[in-house]
Design a protein around this ligand. Structure first.
Ligand code: ADP
Length: 303
């Protein structure tokens, strides 16, 4: 069945946060694409034109490490987003027990993640929903960020529609404290969680509720002091916590190099104003010191 006289629908790829994702063929180019069908809800005219206009802006976000939004159009009251088709994602790589990730492989995956983020932050677009299954991997091993800006445009994803309730694990402390004025630092925190997950091969901070998530963060880094993070006291959901001393970061990541740990600790800074920026992270010595990041084509991937 053809959509918009152009896309030949194939099988369902999965159910995502915002709706069903289909595989399809672009009959104009022969290219395989993924079409994300987004439920717009009971809007008066069927399609939310504000969302449509904002989505059009995302089409301008072109970068080798960002998944390309090829097309978008309303169809039968749903918004259809057409993306380049990707083979797998970083979650599948991290979970695959047959895959060994060398320090150079981890560096390469993190570098591609940060490069994609840097491009968007330069244009003042935040991701806000970074997690390993949003980092898609293409046929030549290139990692590309997916779902950029969607969290902001469509609001916090409705987790009732999806199995993916785990985005909490990547949430920055200021979000857990209910801040309404978050910035690019939320993506840096999430990228740090992904860096940690690459090193540990399991999610690092697995909270079972938002409160428990904060507890996991405090257990890993110690409770933040007001001198460390002065603005914390004024956040909407701030409550006082019993003091927890920070364990040495080294004890949590016995295998990481000193460079890796230094970058990790700067990305996991409590105060978002003090947290390292994506651009600064890319300039950190972790990336310039050996081993070099693995060439994407040589990265291990699921069979
Ligand atoms: P979520 O919102 O839970 O992150 P998505 O809506 O991004 O999920 O995607 C749902 C499913 O569709 C996932 O299983 C994902 O693997 C697949 N998918 C999404 N985008 C693409 C793409 N560009 N290429 C191939 N598969 C995709």
């Amino acid at each position: 069945k053809k959509v918009a006289d152009r896309y030949l629908k194939r099988e369902v790829l999965g159910e995502g946060t915002y709706g069903v994702v289909y595989k399809a063929i672009d009959t104009q180019t022969g290219q395989t694409v993924a079409i994300k069908k987004i439920r717009i809800g009971k809007q008066k005219e069927g399609v939310n034109f504000t969302a449509l206009r904002e989505i059009k802006l995302l089409k301008e976000l072109k970068d080798p490490n960002i998944i390309e939004l090829i097309d978008c159009f309303p169809h039968k009251g749903n918004l259809h987003l057409v993306f380049e088709f990707m083979e797998t994602d970083l979650e599948a790589v991290i979970r695959d027990r047959n895959i060994f990730l060398s320090p150079g492989d981890i560096k390469s995956y993190l570098q591609m993640t940060l490069k994609g983020l840097a491009h968007c932050h330069k244009k003042w677009v935040l991701h806000r929903d970074m997690k390993p299954n949003n980092l898609l991997i293409g046929p030549n091993g290139q990692l590309k960020l997916a779902d950029f800006g969607l969290a902001r445009i469509f609001g916090s994803p409705d987790r009732r529609f999806t199995h993916q309730v785990f985005a909490r694990w990547y949430r920055a402390p200021e979000l857990l404290f209910g801040t309404k004025q978050y910035g690019p630092g939320v993506d840096v925190w999430a990228a740090a969680c992904i860096f940690a997950e690459l090193l540990l091969r399991r999610p690092f901070l697995q909270g079972s509720s938002d409160i428990d998530q904060l507890g996991k963060i405090f257990a890993a880094f110690g409770t933040p002091s007001p001198s460390q993070w002065p603005d914390m006291l004024y956040l909407p959901d701030y409550v006082e916590y019993q003091y927890v001393p920070p364990p040495p970061l080294r004890s949590l990541f016995p295998m990481a190099t000193d460079d890796a740990l230094d970058l990790l600790s700067k990305m996991f800074t409590y105060d978002p104003k003090e947290r390292i920026s994506v651009q600064q992270a890319l300039e950190h010595r972790y990336f310039s010191c050996p081993p070099p990041p693995t060439d994407p084509e040589k990265l291990p991937r699921p069979a």
